[in-house]
Ligand binder design. Sequence first.
Ligand SMILES: [Fe+2]
Ligand SMILES: [Fe+2]
Length: 255
Amino acid sequence: MSGSNTQVLFESQDHKYIWLGADEVEEKGVIRTNQYLIIHKGKGILLDPGGLHLFSRVVSAVSQHISLDNIEAIFYSHQDPDVSSGIALWLGICNARIYISQLWTRFLPHFGLFDSERIISLSEEKLNLDLGGYAFKVIPSHFMHSVGCYSLFDPLSSILFTGDIGAADMAYDGNTLFADNFEAHKGSLVGFHKRYMNSRKVCARWVSMVRPLEPTLIAPQHGPLFRKDSLRSFLTWLENLECGTDLLDTFYGRN
Ligand SMILES: [Fe+2]
Ligand SMILES: [Fe+2]
């Protein structure tokens, strides 16, 4: 497996959606992450480009597809360090604006970012994210798991980027990026989703928002992607999942 092993997930004349490769070595105790790049008419948006220790690999993967000068936006699904701790480094090498929930903008200086002019706060009143006049759809995903959390739907490719929703901490085996057998894959999702996702009510609400979009691919920040039957099964599983506050006795222990 190589850090340069990027994969184009969708391509049309003016539009490309790219998975940016996997870490070369599996680091014990470090969660493995996916990063994505969307290019529209020569301009790029990075999705959850990650933390400090991934930075050089991700920069090199991005550079295979687009000049860093043409990265115009970075979308952060939420505030976690595996998502956004590299923010100061990214802003140092490109002119991108940053999109993140307004609940997290005040925390970014703790990752070394002081130029608030480049931050665009996402909120329910302001869910616009466009690249050269092309509008993405920002989907509220609050409490899954962060209190200020968004997914990003790309109408041209119909790919839905979900951040930690659908995440599995698994190594990329070098063959397929996709979890096509949902029953076999489900076991890798259960522990994380039961503990990190807030409640069945929240999961069901999110599914009710994304299902009508008819995504062709669900692309999480960790682990394999979902498509076709496995995508449908994943949504059904998630909308019925008892998790988080549904399971207080499990997490606190019974008195
Ligand atoms: Fe997270
Ligand atoms: Fe994550």
